[in-house]
Design a protein around this ligand. Structure first.
Ligand code: ATP
Ligand code: MG
Length: 462
């Protein structure tokens, strides 16, 4: 058995006999027990000592046990409390749980049952404090404070992230565009022991096949036209660190087999090279596609899919976690307030409502850009409804268009806004949109937008 520090338990009951009996039983089981006959004694006890658990009778002399529990929780907020109730007072027991009791026990009970409850309550307490300790640790040290998560779904994601960060397992992040895949990938790296080593990222969709191969694996001088000198490749650059392969679903089949070898043997051969190179990397991949479908269509190797699918992380779309919106808005108000040196405090309730009603096809990135844009435009310290989401982009207005058309309309509108905010500076615009310059240019071409048109125009809200 592992030696553990004995738990300190406080028992509050106005029945002197029961108090004595419980004390004896718990001490036999190795607990250190303090007893209190009166409420006042209990309050004094928690003021002077830290208890791991309290047992409080529901019916006390001066106060009911629930309000005493609340008083104790004001001093020791995380101490689990077990409420003792008389037979037939199930209503109060439920009320006690609602107001923060760990559990309740109906009298008469036997000692074994009590011990079981105590152990379970302490174990739960240990687990929750472990999670919050991890969270606090991560927030402090690794910049988790930049990740806003209030929804249960996102909390779960962060919990998994904090648990798997220190391991070397391959992580598979799936989520729509703008849901925070890259943010999570970086957080994973920063929370790992590899954090002092490089974090290297590449978008597998951004380069043509041959270039992608030599980018990833490097090449020998002269191995193809344009290979004027030997290059190490990204896998080698990421040695002892993390490589983040974004849009893995777009990796061509020819490269997939080479990548699979890296995962299986931790070795690869540079383009035109003869000898294989060993590499120690943690791999994180991300995609917004349904890879099972790609597998079914023969576009993605099944064996590779299983290799990378070790730890799947699903980032839910923003429309499924709208409770995160107000917090994200605050976060972005602060972020851009600092950058723009503007003090915009809040959105009007109407403006917030508009955000809550919107469906956010571009997810968190779209929300971020909306707030940044609104902040750039406002001359006030509040943002009003006409300052966010031009009515055209709102899905709730007008007859519904087919998805493709609506997405295109949104994308174009969005590009125009980004170009306005950046006054036609393509590099900043691409960065703002989270796109590579080349991709961004392609988008501009698609919508026949000319960045020059935005150069002089002083941006103004429509
Ligand atoms: N939970 C969050 N808290 C704070 N900021 C967030 C959160 N999620 C996303 N963001 C911000 O939204 C933007 C988009 O996130 P990110 O680039 O990680 O998304 P992505 O899923 O990689 O998108 P894409 O598929 O288009 O590459 C970033 O600026 C990021 O900082
Ligand atoms: Mg991304």
């Amino acid at each position: 058995m592992t030696a553990k520090t004995p738990g300190k338990v406080l028992i509050v009951d106005d029945d002197r006999n029961l108090l004595g009996l419980l004390k004896m039983r718990l001490e036999t089981s190795g607990y250190i027990v303090t007893t209190a006959l009166r409420e006042q004694e209990a309050k004094e006890a928690v003021a002077g000592d830290v208890f791991d658990l309290a047992i409080v009778d529901l019916q006390l002399a001066e106060q009911d046990g629930i309000s005493l529990m609340e008083d104790l929780h004001r001093v020791l907020p995380v101490m689990p409390v077990i409420i003792l109730t008389a037979h037939g007072s199930i209503g109060s027991a439920v009320e006690a749980m609602r107001r923060g009791a760990a559990t309740y026990l109906t009298k008469p009970f036997d000692a074994r049952e009590l011990i079981l409850h105590i152990e379970r309550a302490m174990e739960n307490r240990r687990l929750t404090s472990e999670v919050s300790r991890l969270k606090g640790l991560l927030a402090e040290r690794y910049g988790f404070e930049n990740i806003v998560a209030r929804s249960k779904a996102m909390e779960r994601v962060l919990e998994v992230v904090s648990r798997i960060a220190p391991t070397d397992s391959t992580v598979y992040i799936h989520g729509e565009s703008g849901t925070g895949k890259e943010l999570i990938a970086r957080a994973l790296h920063l929370a790992s022991t590899r954090k002092e080593s490089p974090f290297v990222e590449i978008n597998c969709a951004a380069l043509p096949e041959t270039l992608l191969e030599s980018e990833l694996f490097g090449h020998e001088k002269g191995s193809f036209t344009g290979a004027v000198r030997t290059s190490k490749g990204l896998f080698a650059q990421a040695h002892e660190g993390t490589i983040f392969l974004d849009e893995i679903g777009d990796m061509p089949l020819s490269i997939q087999s080479k990548f699979l070898r890296v995962l299986q043997e931790r070795r690869f051969t540079p383009v035109g090279g003869e000898r294989s190179v060993a590499v120690d990397v943690r791999v994180i991949v991300a995609t917004n596609k349904d890879l099972d479908k790609q597998v079914a269509q023969g576009l993605f190797r099944e064996d590779l899919y299983y290799r990378i699918h070790v730890i799947p992380l699903e980032l839910p779309p923003l429309r499924e976690r709208k409770e995160d919106i107000p917090l994200l808005v605050d976060h972005f108000l602060r972020k851009y307030g600092k950058q723009m040196n503007k003090d915009v405090k809040r959105l009007t309730p109407k403006a917030m409502q508009r955000l809550m009603l919107h469906d956010w096809p571009g997810n968190v990135r779209e929300l971020e850009n909306t707030i940044e844009y609104a902040m750039a435009m406002t001359r006030d310290d509040v943002i009003r409804e006409d300052g966010v989401l031009p009515a055209k982009a709102g899905l709730s207005d007008g007859p519904l268009k087919p998805l493709k058309e609506a997405k295109d309309a949104f994308e174009k509108e969005y590009l125009i806004n980004v170009l306005k905010v950046t006054r036609g500076n393509v590099s900043s615009a691409a960065e703002l949109a989270g796109k590579y310059r080349a991709d961004f240019y392609n988008l501009l071409k698609k919508y026949e937008l000319n960045p020059g048109d935005f150069k002089k125009e002083t941006a103004s809200p429509k």
